[in-house]
Design a protein. Structure first.
Length: 647
């Protein structure tokens, strides 16, 4: 998994001048070097004409900007997946389809040099100025291996720079190398890149450089005997994921309460000091109650990505993919499909994009149809809100918190559903085909680099805040207009028995007779069997733009009833009419139905758009939206009936 996520529109070069591409196999340290060179000055997008993600950043070298492009990780330039096809075309100076870089930084993992040199031979055959960046040389020495750097440089015929992660001196030396690309040495004849000749060249280079392969890392071997065990490894994986969600609730809860208290106090100030009713309503309901209601969950979002980054940086996620390969094989898929599904825990969009690493188009489609069922970060605010309404924070199941347990079950349910869906679509399409071999590098266990972790967390939080600022703010303003129009003057309020001086009563009356209420009541026949009223309905409809807007919409509705304490107003809501008039709205059955609905419904237009781009049409996105809505409605109906009967 990459240290950066997401995709925007087609990217162009972010600066003029030198354009350098980073090439290397997965887990060779390429993303770490990219982050170190560019920091936060990164632009994401897609390559022209294809949907593979593109990452470009700016490195400052002696006062000049150098464009650094992080190409997808690959083991070979003989492409069998869309990601590898992009690397092949970018480095092909004669293809003309994608922009060719001015130079290449070829990253080689010193601990796996025999395998990596085959890729180097293919890169050198392209004729581009190339500098080898040797990574993990410290790890090679620690494990008893060895390499004569000067002799290695002479053997490969190009400049070699050793870079140790976290070393400013090594990074400075590499930047200095970029100041004069024209002086880089080139081999007199490009090395053979195919067949026995290529293998002979690799052996001769290693012999000339006095290369000694590293011993198997004893610590990693001992740990892997447990973590990769079919039984104990699987149990530890489940325990790790269980602890994962316990931590999200217990650690982030105090921070969330502090942010919630700050917004509550801000709402009180607005209500007390803003005299204009429309301005006061907009600030307290749309901005504080709506957008603020989503920002409250930023601590959980940050902690989620922090934990994922730590697991990835330590090397554990590669083991998780290896363990899940056995399970994925039962669905006719492979471990790389699990990596794509795991990426969907951040967002379904990078998860769908990650299917490009799958060699089989059949596997890509099946995985794509299941990826939106993985519990993404957009569901997290909804789950936290609903689980908080369903389960008291003090409740526990033995020694563990009940809220974290429910959250774990929701995530586990999403994962099982995603894999079952992939299996189903693999079968109904009649595209069985052989399961292709799955190759994944198992890095040694190590402490994650603080900078890489922080960059990943910052990038994820920035994406969340950007979503709040763009999509959620716009939808929230639209919903505020629907919730407050048509306006009512003092005479209309008095004739309805409402005191215009009572802001809360006036807001409630306007809300109950708003355009939004008519819209929510229009779809009641669809959602009434699930225990939803018109207020929940408009939240569900608003969430079609982005799931988080369900929280912001309910926040606005609650703020209209009690702008000072909207969460209390949410808990106290009752049915206003119909057979359940006067009864509590958010019963255990209704909350369970909402959780089930949001577990399965495809409520993200961005995901649908990405699926259309990946499949080349609207057929499969339409099928995905349809089957997931039916699945969501059926699961919500069942949850409402069963929980309502039990409680």
């Amino acid at each position: 998994m990459s240290g950066h996520h997401g995709a925007a529109s087609t990217a162009t070069s972010v600066a003029t001048g030198l354009h350098v591409a980073l090439v290397g196999s997965p887990n060779c340290g390429k993303s770490t070097l990219f982050n170190a060179l560019t920091g936060l000055r990164v632009k994401t997008g897609n390559y022209p004409g294809v949907t593979v993600a593109r990452y470009e950043g700016i490195a400052r070298v002696d006062g000049h900007d150098v464009v650094v492009e992080d190409l997808p990780g690959t083991y070979s330039l003989d492409p069998i997946s869309p990601d590898e096809q992009v690397v092949h075309e970018v480095l092909d100076v004669d293809s003309g389809t994608l922009q060719t870089p001015d130079a290449v930084l070829m990253l080689l993992d010193a601990t796996t040099l025999r395998r990596s040199l085959g890729l180097l031979a293919q890169v050198l055959a392209r004729g581009l100025p190339t500098c080898v960046v040797l990574t993990f040389q410290d790890e090679l020495a620690r494990r008893g291996g060895g390499l004569d750097l000067a002799r290695f440089e002479r053997a490969v015929g190009v400049r070699v720079v050793a870079v140790t992660s976290g070393s400013r001196d090594d990074l400075g030396a590499l930047k200095h190398t970029l100041t004069d690309v024209d002086s880089w040495s080139r081999p007199v004849f490009p090395p053979p890149s195919e067949g026995e000749a290529a293998r002979g060249w690799v052996s001769s280079v290693l012999d000339s450089a006095a290369y000694r392969s590293p011993d198997v890392d004893a610590r990693t071997e001992r740990i892997d005997k447990v973590l990769l065990h079919p039984l104990w490894g699987s149990l530890i994986f489940l325990a790790t994921m269980f602890a994962f969600f316990q931590i999200i609730f217990t650690v982030a809860a105090p921070l969330q309460d502090a942010v919630q208290h700050a917004f509550d106090q801000l709402g009180v100030l607005v209500t007390d000091h803003v005299g204009n009713q429309w301005v006061s309503s907009f600030l307290s309901q749309a901005i504080i109650g709506g957008v603020g209601g989503v920002l409250v969950f930023l601590p959980q979002i940050a902690l989620l990505f922090l934990l994922i980054s730590l697991l990835e940086g330590s090397g554990y996620l590669s083991r998780a993919a290896f363990l899940m390969d056995r399970l994925m094989a039962r669905a006719g898929l492979e471990g790389r499909a699990f990596v794509a599904l795991l990426s969907s825990m951040a967002c379904a969009i990078p998860g769908i994009m990650a299917t490009r690493s799958l060699p089989s188009a059949k596997d890509r489609l099946a995985t794509m149809m299941g990826a939106p069922l993985m519990t993404c970060s957009a569901r997290l605010p909804v789950y936290i809100l609903l689980v908080g309404l369903l389960v008291p924070s003090s409740a526990s199941i033995g020694p563990v918190g009940a809220q974290g347990t429910v959250m774990f079950l929701l995530y586990a349910g999403g994962a099982v559903s995603a894999m079952a869906t992939a299996w189903f679509f693999k079968r109904i399409t009649g595209k069985h085909g052989p399961v292709l071999p799955f190759y994944m590098e198992m890095p040694t266990y190590k402490l994650p680099r603080a900078r890489s972790v922080l960059v990943t967390v910052w990038d994820s939080c920035k994406g969340f805040l950007s979503k709040v600022g763009r999509i959620i703010l716009v939808v929230t303003i639209v919903m505020w207009a629907l919730l407050n129009l048509p306006g009512r003057d003092a005479g209309e309020l008095r004739s309805a028995g409402v005191n215009p001086a009572d802001k809360t009563a006036s807001s409630s009356y306007v809300l109950d007779h708003s355009l939004a209420s008519h819209l929510g009541k229009a779809v009641e026949p669809v959602f009434a069997p699930l225990g939803f009223d018109w207020r929940i309905n408009i939240g569900v409809l608003a969430s079609l733009s982005a799931r988080e807007t369900f929280v912001s919409t309910l926040g606005q509705v609650a703020a209209a009833d009690n702008p000072d304490h909207p969460r209390d107003a949410l808990k106290a809501m009752k049915f206003q009419d119909g057979p359940h008039q006067g009864q509590r709205l958010f019963t255990a059955g209704t909350i369970a139905a909402l959780l089930a609905f949001f577990m399965y419904a495809l409520q993200c237009m961005s995901t649908i758009g990405m699926m259309r781009r990946e499949t080349g049409g609207w057929k499969w996105p339409g099928i995905a939206f349809g089957y997931m809505f039916v699945l969501a409605w059926g699961a919500a109906f069942l949850a409402h009936a069963v929980v309502g009967w039990l409680v």
